[in-house]
Design a protein around this ligand. Sequence first.
Ligand code: CDT
Length: 331
Amino acid sequence: MARNIIVAAAQLGPIQKAEPRSVAVARMLRLLEQAHRRGTELVVFPELALTTFFPRHYYESIEEADQWFETAMPSNETEPLFAAARRLGIGFHLGYAELCEEAGETGRARRRRFNSAILVGPEGDILLKYRKIHLPGHAAFDPARNVQHLEKRYFEVGNLGFPVIRAPMGALPGINMGMMICNDRRWPEAWRVLGLQKAELVLLGYNTPSLNQEGRGFEAHHLRVFHSHLSVQAGCYQNACFAVATAKAGTEDGCELLGHSIIVNPHGEIIAMATTWDDEVITAGCDLDICTLGRTTVFAFEKHRRPEHYTRITSQIGAVDPPVWERKAAE
Ligand code: CDT
């Protein structure tokens, strides 16, 4: 019997700096209702879905940026989302900035900040949490840039790995679900770690500027969407999984974010795509049994992977120069 689930990407249009969380949550509730009316069983919201993408703003002291973080989940402001999930019997994925008191490397508890996402089940339980690992951008103010991207200033590298959980969702007793956040989608290592845990459905949110803001070199504008889709489509194909990739879109604090949220199948095909740069729900029915084809043929990992030849991937960070060919002296 086919294992079907209807999933949705609930793309959000811009959230301006002055807009409170209550406005964002009200918009998300409307999207949840809309998705539910279309039969959706799991809804994916974007990265940092409750506020503007604040890492574009520079604060001299990190604590000044704490206004953008959540110290509890659910909180008074986000509880309506959990209540709606219970009422509608629908799961959701939510990206947010997390501020917690947690032991660091020394074992001593301290304030820690992560770019996080949670997966909430239809009964309102938090089934899985992920903290973003590939943090793009820079830690100090960069005068060369047109717009700052200070994720490395405000967040620590996630410390939960790339987790996958098997949990009930919709009518199915168990789906293997994994998470990544925005820039992670560009790294094949992230997808493969999820693939090695048999992820069937990857949930991810993103905030991606539609223009290169680095002020260095030229990048044709159309490549932004192309690279985003290319990364998700390749990740799904090479790991035989579905993905829901949800954007925050439109002009936020004067900075344009690309939309083009997509749902992708294990063949790497886009099966639904947003057409606006505003609040928009896209849905797709996914037969999770399709994952079996890739997993038992081209990407039967247990038969074909050669980890003994991949050691550079975990032992080395930057690229090194290859040896230079030299003509051998005649003997
Ligand atoms: N939020 C986030 O991770 N954004 C980055 C911007 C990088 S610019 C290509 C992303 O990978 O989309």
